[in-house]
Design a protein around this ligand. Structure first.
Ligand code: ZN
Length: 228
């Protein structure tokens, strides 16, 4: 989608110049927040409701006003549905949480994880141990201890967890992660800080759904957040 150009404010209390109103109307239709109809550049209740529907993603109380280069303008300008990685499961409230966050995220973001079974979690733990953090684990604990534990990953799960955490990667014990309770989502892609900022904004606007505990940046490059 093209950049949304606005010369002056639009919406409640705004200048509402016809060209600006038409541009907002067009964008709200493109992103599915209002039905398609012809607009003559006059502000109307449908456009007003569409602006508020956009703001509901990140404001507890939408004010219905778009100021030039303000948050609503920037989100509308960059609005884009992000993909969900193949195989990722987002049941129930997880899906609702993702839908609030999704279009606001920076370009290139995607949903990399949602609900995971205990077996999924164990595979991730083992991959961290044998691949992702192998070098760091060997450097910290020595090759012998690495090999001893690597020979019996299932039987020495406590040790595996201790060593992966010991090199700085937070990970839940298989069976206890918030992902396995269907209450966590990971976001992949660039701009971690921007992703964290946006998730925090959305969480503050939806305290009935999101855990307001700060989203976590994981060392594997994901941003992790939780719902209630
Ligand atoms: Zn996570």
């Amino acid at each position: 989608m093209a950049v949304l150009f606005l010369s002056q404010s639009v919406g409640k209390g705004g200048a509402n110049r016809p060209a600006d109103v038409s541009a907002v109307h067009q964008r709200l239709m493109e992103i599915g927040k209002i039905e398609c109809y012809r607009c003559n550049g006059t502000m109307d209740p449908k456009i007003q409701a569409g602006i508020e529907a956009v703001q509901r993603h990140f404001m507890r109380q939408p004010d219905g006003a778009i100021s030039v280069n303000g948050a609503t303008h920037r989100f509308l300008s960059n609005w884009e549905e992000k993909p969900i990685s193949p195989g990722v499961q987002l049941p129930g409230k997880l899906r609702a949480a993702w839908d609030w966050v999704n279009p606001l995220l920076p370009r290139g973001s995607y949903c990399s994880s949602g609900y995971r079974s205990a077996d999924d979690q164990r595979r991730i733990l083992h991959r961290f141990y044998t691949t992702t953090f192998r070098g760091q684990i060997v450097a910290k604990y020595g090759q012998k201890q690495y090999d001893d534990v690597a020979g019996d990953l299932l039987g020495q799960e406590d040790k595996v967890l201790e060593m992966v955490r010991g090199v700085g990667q937070a990970i839940a014990r298989p069976g206890s992660s918030m992902h396995q309770k269907g209450k966590a989502i990971d976001i992949g892609g660039p701009s971690d800080n921007e992703q964290v900022r946006i998730v925090r904004m959305v969480a503050m606007a939806h305290t009935d759904l999101f855990s307001i505990k700060a989203p976590l940046k994981e060392r594997n490059g994901c941003v992790h957040f939780e719902i209630l």
